[in-house]
Design a protein. Structure first.
Length: 274
């Protein structure tokens, strides 16, 4: 009798055992990953959680070393936090034109805008040094839009911003005298890195508004920046304030060391409608 030769066929039982072990390994890996994600959520590392859940990130990380993969996850967390901070800053800023950004500026020569000046302002040094920006020009020439674009850029750089129409803010401060919250409101405004006062000098100013304006600006001079837009040229503000002593004090806090932008040209609103 010839000896029995081993069969070339695979034993189905061995294949089944291998499949079961593979399934168990996959299940253990999934449980470990879910536990890791829960721990990252508990630590509020939401950027890392998003990166680990991102299939594209997994594919990109495949050939990377452990250190490279860790660096990528940390960068995703930093980007996530920067994005969330920007969202908070822009929401708090209440910009009238939330879509305005410096990248979309209309550079027509007739507007009188200097690329060099805007590029300098975009860098944010004026904010770091507590300087002011004064934007003047006729109605509809884009003062509010430009102010909001500079406000958005300030938020991108991590500065706190608030947009307000000057008449409405002065009215708010007047009401705050009555309910006893004036000091608290002034303190809140003093902490803002950038306060945008739109429509400055658009209507006659009352005596109590002059005093409140001085208080508001005095808390910010030299340490925080104020951006003002007005239809009146800066040279006419002293007469508008209509009280020489207070006018001198207010303008000294606004104008000294400020960046002045005098916009020219026809109304942008009329051009948009035509």
């Amino acid at each position: 009798m010839h000896p029995r030769m081993p069969s070339d066929r695979h034993d189905p039982r061995n294949e089944a055992d291998t499949d079961i072990e593979t399934d168990k390994d996959t299940e253990r890996l999934n449980m470990l990953q879910e536990h890791t994600l829960d721990q990252l959520r508990a630590l509020r590392l939401d950027g890392m959680v998003a990166a680990l859940n991102d299939a594209a990130t997994h594919i990109a990380q495949a050939p990377l070393t452990f250190e490279q993969r860790l660096a990528l996850l940390v960068q995703r967390e930093v980007d996530w936090r920067d994005g969330k901070r920007l969202q908070r800053l822009l929401k708090a800023a209440r910009l009238k034109v939330s879509s305005a950004c410096l990248e979309d500026i209309d550079w027509r020569s007739s507007r009188g805008l200097s690329r060099e000046v805007i590029a300098s302002l975009a860098g944010g040094d004026w904010l770091r040094h507590g300087h002011n920006v004064l934007i003047t020009g006729a109605t509809g020439c884009g003062k509010t839009w430009l102010a909001c674009a500079l406000g958005q850029q300030a938020a991108r750089l991590g500065f706190s911003v608030l947009y307000a129409r000057a008449p409405r803010l002065l009215e708010e401060l007047h009401v705050a005298h009555g309910d006893g919250s004036f000091g608290k409101r002034l303190a809140q405004l003093a902490r803002l890195d950038l306060l945008i006062l739109d429509d400055f000098a658009i209507a006659p100013i009352a005596a109590h508004e002059r005093r409140d304006l001085l208080e508001l600006l005095d808390d910010r001079v030299g340490t925080r920046s104020t951006l003002i837009t007005s239809q009146l040229p800066v040279t006419a503000w002293h007469a508008w304030l209509d009280e020489p002593t207070l006018a001198d004090a207010i303008l000294d806090r606004i104008v000294h060391g400020s960046h002045k932008l005098a916009l020219k040209g026809d109304s942008m609103r009329k051009q948009a409608r035509s």
